[in-house]
Design a protein. Structure first.
Length: 414
C-alpha cells in the first residue's frame, strides 16, 4: 500500500473530480442562460434548476454502491462514462420545446454524476495517508471548482458557434477523459461483500444519535434553514439580459471570473479562527451573501451585474466553506460511520438550496428581478437574525472553550 500511496499523488484527485465539476458548471450557468434565451420563463427555469439538483438530496441512498463488489476506480469510471452519455442525450433537447423530457434526462444523469463524488471520496480515504488526504481534499475542491469554470465557459463558447447536438458530443468527450485516469489508480481488489445488508439500520442509528444531541440537532436544523445556500447563482445567468449582459459577459462573469471568486471565497474561510462558533460563522457568511445581493439592486447596468455577481459568488464560496466546517463538526471524531453520516448531512444541506431556488423563482414571477434578489437576501438576513437572537438569549460566547464543542456521542462511541 505504501508504494500505491507514493504513486497516487494528491493532485490526481483534481482530475478525477473534473466530470462532476463540468456538469455542475453546466447546470448553474449555460443551462439557465440557454433556457432563458429560448424563451423559458425564469420561474420555470427555477423549478428546473431545483429538480435537476435533487440527486444531491438522495445521494446517500446509492452512495454505498461504490463500497461493494467492484473496485471504487471501476465505479468511478462507470459513473464518469454514464455522466458523459447523459450529456450527449439531453443537451440537444435544451430549449423550450422539450423542457419536460430534458429535465427528466438531466435528473437521471444526476444519479451518475453524484456517484463520481462518492467514488472519489472513497478512493481519497482508502488510498492515501492522512497527511496526503488533507492535500488531496484541497485538490479535489480545486478540480471541482475548476471543472465548473471549464464546463460553463466552454459550453457557452461552443453554444454560440455550433448546434447544441455537437456541443453535447464535445462536452461529453471532455467529461470522459478522466475515466482513463481512474483505471490507472492502483487500487487493490475489494474483499468479498454483501449488497448493503444492515446498511440502512446503521445509517438510522447514526442519524438518531444526532437527533438525541441538542447541540448537534440545532446545527443540523441550521443546515436545513434557508441561509447560506447561494441559490441565486443558478438564476443570475437567466436575468443577465435585464442588465444588458450577453453570452460573452455571462461566460466571463459567471464562469471564468466567477469560478475564481468561488474558489477565493471558499479559501477565505480558513482565515476564520478555529475556536469561533461555527453556527454563528455560518450564519455570518450568509449575511455577507445578502449584502452582495444589495449591489445587484443598485441599477440595471452591465458593470453592476459584473460587480454584484462576482461579490455574490465570492460570499457563496465562503458559505460553502462554513457549511462543510459545520457538517464536519456535527459528524464528530467519535462517529463510527463518519462518511455515511457526512453524506446524509450533505444531502440535508442540499434541501434548502432546492427550495430557495424555487422561492427565488416565485419572487421573480411576482416582482421581477428585484423580487428574486430580495427573496434571496431576505432568507439570509432572517437566518442571521434568528441565530444572533438565540446566541443573545442563551448568553452563548463567540469563542468556544474546547476544540470539540459538539458532542459526538451515540451508538458509535458507547
Amino acid at each position: 500500500m505504501n508504494d500505491r500511496r507514493r504513486w497516487l499523488a494528491p493532485w490526481v484527485f483534481s482530475l478525477l473530480i473534473l466530470p462532476l465539476g463540468i456538469v455542475v458548471g453546466i447546470k448553474f450557468t449555460p443551462l439557465p442562460y440557454l433556457l432563458a434565451r429560448a424563451g423559458v420563463p425564469v420561474d420555470r427555469i427555477a423549478t428546473i434548476s431545483a429538480i435537476v439538483n435533487l440527486p444531491g438530496v438522495f445521494i446517500f441512498l446509492w452512495a454505498p454502491l461504490v463500497d461493494v463488489k467492484l473496485r471504487r476506480r471501476t465505479w468511478l469510471a462507470i459513473a464518469i462514462l454514464a455522466t458523459a452519455l447523459s450529456v450527449c442525450v439531453y443537451f440537444p433537447l435544451v430549449g423550450a420545446r422539450h423542457v419536460n423530457l430534458m429535465t427528466a434526462l438531466i435528473l437521471a444523469g444526476g444519479v451518475a454524476d453524484s456517484l463520481v463524488a462518492a467514488a472519489c471520496a472513497g478512493l481519497l480515504v482508502k488510498m492515501l495517508s492522512e497527511p496526503d488526504q488533507a492535500k488531496a481534499s484541497a485538490w479535489l475542491m480545486a478540480g471541482q471548482l475548476g471543472g465548473g469554470v471549464l464546463g460553463g465557459a466552454i459550453v457557452l463558447w461552443l453554444a454560440e458557434r455550433l448546434p447544441l447536438v455537437f456541443v453535447g458530443f464535445i462536452t461529453a468527450a471532455l467529461i470522459s477523459l478522466p475515466a482513463l485516469v481512474a483505471f490507472a489508480v492502483p487500487e487493490p481488489a475489494p474483499l468479498p461483500s454483501s449488497w448493503f445488508r444492515g446498511r440502512l439500520s446503521q445509517i438510522g442509528a447514526e442519524i438518531w444519535a444526532v437527533v438525541r444531541s441538542p447541540d448537534r440537532m440545532w446545527s443540523t436544523l441550521l443546515l436545513l434553514a434557508p441561509g447560506g445556500t447561494g441559490a441565486a447563482q443558478s438564476l443570475l445567468p437567466a436575468v443577465a439580459s435585464h442588465y444588458g449582459v450577453g453570452a460573452t459577459g455571462v461566460m466571463w462573469t459567471n464562469s471564468l471570473a466567477g469560478g475564481a471568486a468561488l474558489a477565493v471565497g471558499a479559501s477565505s474561510g480558513a482565515l476564520i479562527p478555529g475556536d469561533w462558533d461555527r453556527r454563528l460563522t455560518y450564519a455570518g457568511a450568509g449575511l455577507t451573501n445578502a449584502l452582495a445581493v444589495f449591489v445587484l439592486l443598485v441599477a440595471n447596468r452591465p458593470t453592476i451585474y459584473q460587480a454584484g455577481t462576482l461579490l455574490y459568488l465570492f460570499t457563496e464560496g465562503l458559505c460553502w466553506a462554513r457549511s462543510v466546517a459545520l457538517m464536519v463538526e456535527i459528524v464528530g471524531p467519535g462517529t463510527r460511520d463518519a462518511s455515511t453520516l457526512y453524506s446524509v448531512l450533505s444531502a440535508a444541506a442540499t434541501i434548502p438550496l432546492l427550495y430557495m431556488i424555487r422561492l427565488d423563482g416565485v419572487g421573480f414571477s411576482k416582482f421581477g428581478t428585484h423580487g428574486l434578489l430580495w427573496t434571496d437576501a431576505a432568507a439570509n438576513l432572517s437566518v442571521f437574525a434568528v441565530v444572533v437572537a438565540v446566541f443573545a438569549a442563551r448568553g452563548l460566547p463567540l469563542r468556544r472553550s474546547t476544540g470539540s464543542p459538539v458532542p459526538s456521542s451515540g451508538p458509535s462511541s458507547a
